[in-house]
Design a protein around this ligand. Structure first.
Ligand code: BTN
Length: 323
């Protein structure tokens, strides 16, 4: 690792507090002049390294520069990681990586995406200021339905946001997270089976969380229906920390998937239960969402009393105003 990277790690670890030039030099085993050179290189790369005579250097408490060093500060040391300034879709990159044997938990993060992918062939707007991440999962033994995994990941993201930002998110079946009545996060789970064995080889779970994106950065087509957690800035933690927390919560949920315990929280956070919805099937119809079953499918009841069980692969629901 270069002195510049090592200094960045040191400053990330003591974010908000000053590290004296001498302490940095001692810890990095370099001269003070080399520390100063590294500070200049970090600034040239756009990092807001503050200097205070007599105190040293620090990253401002509000700075949020997503770098491999900042992510590594918060991730377990052995996490395989790719951070991309820009990519088409982190899910595509993660799938290619998985095909080259990326380990369980491997993480792809991008600062923005040019062709972010959503469910049912839709796009996902991914301007700078969001957290765009995909995780490779390698199922062991019998695998749960993709809908269950998506639901467990939704709970994982809600928990991470609640623990670091103190914000309660709601879940619109199956994979949309809502904040103040608008979508702030989408989740896309993609699976690949081995051709010969027919068993699941790997899964890629992609999460797009609108964190500090300003409202104007979204296209007019979605401005009324999407939002960020902090569109005006003032986020309490850097993206790297939240990204690592989501990664940790997601892997923890994955370990306990078979127990189904996440479903209780998923139902509690549900926006659609007991609400009238339009089911966007080939022939759309209105119904009331009455249950989320143990396979994370949505059960709706039509006015004639008939019940239909919806699985996420084919169908979306739109909420109607409660009567
Ligand atoms: C949806 O809302 O339908 C799902 C959106 C999923 C977006 C995330 S962003 C990171 C990952 N890469 C993608 O291309 N999609 C997912």
């Amino acid at each position: 690792m270069t002195t510049k990277s090592r200094l960045l790690s040191l400053l990330e670890q003591s974010r908000g507090s000053f590290v004296s030039g001498q302490d940095a030099a001692t810890q990095l085993h370099v001269s003070r002049a080399a520390v100063w050179k590294a500070v200049q290189a970090l600034r040239a790369a756009g990092l807001p390294v503050e200097a205070m005579p007599g105190s040293g250097y620090r990253l401002g408490p509000d700075s949020d520069f997503l770098s491999p060093e900042s992510l590594r500060t918060f991730l377990p040391a052995d996490t395989p990681l790719q951070l991309l300034a820009e990519t088409t879709s982190t899910n595509l990159v993660a799938k290619q990586w998985a095909m080259q044997d990326a380990a369980h938990g491997s993480l792809v993060v991008a600062l923005c995406q040019t062709s972010g992918r959503g469910r049912l062939g839709r796009g996902f707007e991914s301007p700078a200021g969001g957290i765009y991440m995909s995780v490779v999962l390698r199922p062991r033994g019998e695998m749960q339905a993709t809908a269950c995994i998506t639901a467990a990941v939704a709970v994982a993201v809600c928990r991470a946001v609640e623990s670091l930002c103190g914000i309660q998110l709601s879940i619109k079946w199956v994979n949309d997270l809502f904040f103040q009545g608008k979508k702030c996060c989408g989740i896309l789970t993609e699976a690949a089976s081995g051709l010969e064995t027919g068993s699941l080889d790997y899964m890629v779970v992609g999460i797009g969380l609108n964190y500090t994106i300003t409202q104007a950065a979204f296209s007019p087509a979605v401005q009324d229906i999407v939002t960020s957690l902090y569109p005006q800035g003032g986020a309490p933690v850097p993206r790297a920390q939240l990204c690592a927390e989501i990664h940790a919560q997601l892997l923890a949920q994955f370990e306990t998937l078979a127990t189904g315990t996440f479903l209780e929280e998923y139902r509690r956070r549900s926006l659609v239960l007991d609400r009238p919805v339009t089911v966007l099937a080939a022939a759309p119809y209105t119904a009331t969402a009455v249950e989320i079953d143990d396979a994370a499918r949505l059960v709706v009841q039509t006015p004639d009393g008939a019940r239909h069980t919806l699985s996420s692969g084919e169908i979306s629901v739109r909420m109607l105003p409660a009567e």
